[in-house]
Design a protein around this ligand. Structure first.
Ligand code: NAD
Length: 480
């Protein structure tokens, strides 16, 4: 058993309660580690360490902070195979995906903010005899709370800007996938971070997560996770007027017109549907297809879906691994049952996939495609967050927009068409924080990122993330 510990004040320490719970390998359906069940008392120790570290960290030159972030990136790079393996075991995702996307992107996050440290500037104003300028300063002790689907990628994406601009951080990774954050904690002292600057607390959302959102000395929270949790955090934070950034769920449309570059569109729609077993917030889980191309789309999309290699996440050839946990698998399967009750026709998949050997008890679900459901039914309205997509025909642009915009979410959309004017019209009118035209999940870290409607509050992106973790102060003087 792999028992992990919290990282507080530069040291690995056990939870004060001494209580732990199981860390389950979803591909095996068996516990392989123990996670601290941290609570308010552990948080108190971490906040004290962070508060003590803040005055010195705030005044540390940006170049020194940048060097530590770069060093951390270098250390992760040196251990990248161990990180990829841990990510794959913890999440159930194919190791090839962890190796090619999650770990390199996490390293890139640290390098991006190392380069950006020290670049935030204020503004200046002159009116008659008054002259003003603004100062961007770190907030103090801030918290990050992250989910299980891209554990190291989102953990580093939140932590790095907070540190780059001079805050001390209390970071809470998901209790479903804590291993990569733990491995990272083993490198923090070698990277040079002073004790108390980064504190990592493991445990459940309802206990340590909720305690973080209520703590009076934590002035800002950057959260990525489900919409219901986001609403909870927003309400708790509001009582103390904490700054909050919320990156939440989605029910993203992939909109396909007949005039699209067909091969590119099919490849893109399959990737958008099933990458990471459909467990990426940006996944296109509703595929809207122009009626005239509906049958052609099915004829090409279904064989490609059926050719996805489902298997042991630790095997190199696997393209589709396990869903993240038993409760999550049960939730996804319950949505497939709901879809059937709502009149849905399962075109492929639709069941748990049983494997042999090491993975015989794993939480695998077939890539599943469903049609014949009205846009307004629950299957087409609620986030399933698994390898399940629905096909929905539409007659024209107007109808495509009405269906695409007809949910409470507004995170990401992709539009596939050969008509550039239509692509621009759609981009303007889609209720979506991100619109991709003829591509999916192309991320430039410089661009703002975030959702509309119930998909989030605020925008992240290199500049915006650093601004979020600062206060802007105005200093005014009068010429005499
Ligand atoms: P979740 O909301 O259940 O948990 C996210 C984190 O919040 C975890 O660390 C959890 O322990 C913590 N948490 C849970 N309850 C809490 C509470 N009451 N107070 C404080 N913290 C609490 O989400 P999840 O199941 O881990 O992740 C999947 C969700 O994340 C999906 O909805 C997905 O769309 C979303 N997501 C969004 C983005 C984005 O950028 N918009 C990116 C990735 C994932």
């Amino acid at each position: 058993m792999n028992t992990i510990q919290n990282f507080i004040g530069g040291r690995h320490i056990a939870p004060i309660s001494q209580i732990y719970f199981d860390n389950v390998d979803p591909a095996m359906g068996a516990a392989y580690g123990q996670i601290p069940d941290s609570g308010a008392a552990d948080l108190e120790v971490a906040v004290t360490a962070a508060k003590n570290a803040f005055p010195t960290w705030r005044d540390t030159p940006a170049a020194t902070r940048a060097a530590m972030l770069s060093k951390l990136a270098e250390l992760i790079e040196a251990h990248k195979e161990a990180f990829a393996r841990a990510e794959s075991i913890d999440t159930g995702k194919p190791i090839a995906l962890a190796r090619s996307v999650d770990i390199p992107r996490s390293i890139a996050n640290l390098r991006t903010f190392a380069e950006a440290a020290g670049t935030l500037s204020g503004q200046s104003f002159k009116k008659d005899r008054s002259e003003s300028y603004t100062l961007r300063q770190p907030i103090g002790v801030v918290a990050t709370i992250s989910p299980w689907n891209l554990p190291l990628l989102l953990f580093t994406w939140k932590m790095a800007p907070a540190l780059a601009v001079g805050n001390c951080v209390i970071a809470k990774p998901s209790e479903v996938t804590p291993m990569t954050a733990y491995l990272l904690s083993e490198l923090l002292n070698d990277a040079g971070f002073p004790p108390g600057v980064v504190n990592i607390l493991h445990g459940k959302g309802a206990s340590i997560g909720a305690a973080i959102t209520r703590h009076p000395d934590i002035a800002a929270i950057s959260f990525t996770g489900g919409t219901a949790t986001g609403i909870d955090i927003y309400s708790n934070a509001a009582r103390q007027l904490k700054k909050v950034s919320l990156e939440l769920g989605g029910k993203n449309p992939t909109v396909v017109f007949e005039d699209a570059d067909w091969k590119k569109t099919i490849d893109g729609a399959v990737a958008a549907a099933f990458t990471n077993q459909g467990q990426v917030c940006l996944c296109g889980s509703r595929i809207l297809i122009e009626e005239s191309a509906y049958n052609k789309f099915k004829a090409d999309f279904l064989p490609k879906t059926e050719s996805i290699a489902v298997g042991d996440p630790l095997e190199e050839s696997t393209q589709h691994g396990a869903t993240a946990s038993k409760p999550h698998m049960d939730k996804v399967l319950s949505y497939i049952e709901l879809a059937k009750k709502e009149g849905g026709r399962i075109l492929t998949g639709g069941t748990r996939r049983m494997l042999n050997g090491r993975c015989k008890d794993g939480y695998f679900i077939e890539p599943t495609v469903i049609e014949n459901l009205p846009p307004s039914c629950r299957t087409n309205q609620e986030e399933i967050f698994g390898p399940v997509v629905t096909l929905i025909p539409f007659k024209n642009e107007e109808e495509a927009l009405a269906i695409a915009n007809g949910t409470q979410y507004g995170l990401a959309a992709s539009v596939w068409t050969g008509n550039a004017a239509r692509a621009r019209r759609m981009a303007e009118r889609l209720d979506s924080g991100i619109v991709w035209t003829n591509c999916w999940n192309v991320r430039d870290l410089d661009t703002p990122f975030g959702g509309m409607k119930k998909s989030g509050v605020g925008r992240e992106g290199k500049q915006r993330a650093m601004e979020f973790f600062t206060e802007e102060k105005t200093v005014t003087s009068m010429r005499t």
